[in-house]
Design a protein around this ligand. Structure first.
Ligand code: UQ1
Length: 445
């Protein structure tokens, strides 16, 4: 009797499996749109807003699997206990334009020759214009031992780069009483390349505030050959690290973590020598790369895996109906939210020109900005372009640590981001810079 029941059960399971297969097959859908935006991060969201305003209802589809949209520039401040994780996100549904169609799916295959993208749910989206705004991926798994180290409760290893680990940073600061406090910068492209050292300065200030500074040794091991890529600001930062007794080792790359022993293994990128350092706190900036789905479409990407667009027009070099914005773009600017903001009017105007069959007229100068928070009340606002020369907004010496810039970063930028950038109204500070330019008088001298 029991075996007959079991058999009947199996048969009905099998039938429902077949039903599932056949319905999931018929469920796969074909969509058609004027513009497909892949990614609902800073660039994708701002662009979807601009495009829907111009093109009207149901002409724009956004592919984005995440439920939450994080304001990632807040993560350094969360690391220092100045903001809470809950302040850094909103539901994706609240930030994407209502008149666009949001598919909560991931792009898994790009076919630019057929103007199609396949999604994780087996759907096909056909587009006239494609905007790639996928961002990049964090590769915590590329460092042996790192994921294990991060998964230990009350771990001494932390990272501001992921919402999963950012809360841990302030916990680590509070529980570290002495020993080596080590920070890393990986041997890969990085989003917000200033952030790995912002958290160094914030932590150093934290230890001074709680009178533990003399008991900890603060070390910043960076794979880069420089402290900061723009000399004007590097010249301002070196005296700060010296004065605050922060050890900076350039060309030094984290290659392994041994969580059981609290040991980090580094490699000297100049001579290949390996050495170990014991840590009482280890802050890791993970290696990063373009998303695999993108990298595997060789026609779309450059050797590094990022979208191969013209650095001025942001139009794809081979496919005129494909554009990129933000971190997934192969342009040689620093990958920051401010860069995406400055790219957005260029991408918008040039996409509309393609739709109208007109020549492209708008060009991006490589603008990036990096509010280098140097503690709990100071910030150097670095702003520069492709040529790595300063392109500053305010008529003051921005290479100095300032309270005003700290308040701008901590309190004004989140408002600007949620209320202006994501709804498509913020085009970067170029207009403000031009309005303020008459007040600039040899300010850096
Ligand atoms: C900016 O435009 C931007 O994107 C919205 C940021 O990210 C949050 C920034 O941190 C900064 C500094 C800018 C540039 C804005 C001004 C007013 C200089």
């Amino acid at each position: 009797m029991i075996s007959r029941l079991r058999f009947a059960n199996r048969r009905s399971q099998f039938a429902s499996y077949i039903r599932e297969l056949s319905t999931s097959h018929t469920r796969s859908e074909k969509y058609d749109c004027k513009v497909l935006v892949v990614g609902g991060g800073s660039g994708g969201c701002a662009m979807a807003a601009k495009l829907t305003k111009r093109l009207g209802k149901n002409n724009v589809i956004i592919l984005e699997p995440a439920e939450k949209h994080y304001y990632q520039p807040m993560f350094t401040l969360i690391g220092g206990g100045m903001k809470r994780l809950e302040q850094s996100y909103k539901p994706m549904a609240d930030v994407l334009p209502k008149k666009a169609k949001w598919l909560k799916e991931k792009a898994v295959e790009f076919d630019p020759d057929r103007n199609e993208v396949q999604t994780s749910c087996g759907n096909t989206i056909k587009y006239d214009l494609l905007l790639i705004a996928t961002g990049l991926q964090l590769k915590y798994n590329a460092i042996p031992g790192l994921l294990d180290a991060l998964s230990i409760p009350n771990s001494k290893v932390c990272s501001i780069y992921s919402p999963d680990y950012v809360d841990r940073v302030y916990d680590c600061l509070r529980s570290t009483t002495d020993g080596n406090v080590i920070f890393t910068f990986p041997h890969s492209p990085v989003k917000c390349p200033g952030a790995p050292q912002k958290i160094v300065y914030i932590s150093e200030h934290y230890f001074r505030k709680v009178a533990r500074r003399n008991d900890v040794n603060i070390v910043y091991n960076t794979a880069l050959p420089v402290l900061f890529g723009v000399k004007h600001y590097a010249d301002a930062l070196w005296p700060i690290v010296k004065k605050r007794n922060i050890t900076v080792n350039t060309r030094t790359n984290l290659i392994e973590v041994k969580p059981g022993q609290d040991i980090a293994v580094f490699e000297n990128l100049d001579n290949g020598e390996r050495f170990e350092e014991k840590y009482s706190m280890l802050h890791v900036t993970p290696p990063m790369c373009a998303p695999d789905e993108l990298t595997k479409c060789k026609e779309l990407v450059n050797e590094a895996g990022f979208v191969n667009v013209d650095k001025s027009t942001l139009q794809h070099v081979k496919y005129p109906n494909v554009f990129a914005i933000g971190d997934s773009s192969g342009t040689p600017n620093s990958k920051t939210a401010a860069s995406a903001a400055a790219q957005s009017p260029v991408v918008f105007r040039n996409m509309i020109s393609v739709l109208d069959g007109k020549p492209l007229t708008s060009s991006y100068d490589g603008y990036a900005s990096c509010p280098l928070v140097t503690g709990y009340n100071r910030c150097i606002l670095a702003e520069f372009d492709y040529s790595l020369t300063p392109l500053e907004t305010f008529p003051i010496a921005q290479n100095k640590e300032r309270y005003s810039m700290f308040i701008m970063k901590k309190d004004l930028m989140p408002i600007l981001y949620w209320e202006m950038m994501l709804p498509g109204y913020w085009n970067g500070p170029a207009l403000m810079r031009n309005l303020l330019s008459p007040f600039k008088l040899n300010k850096s001298k």
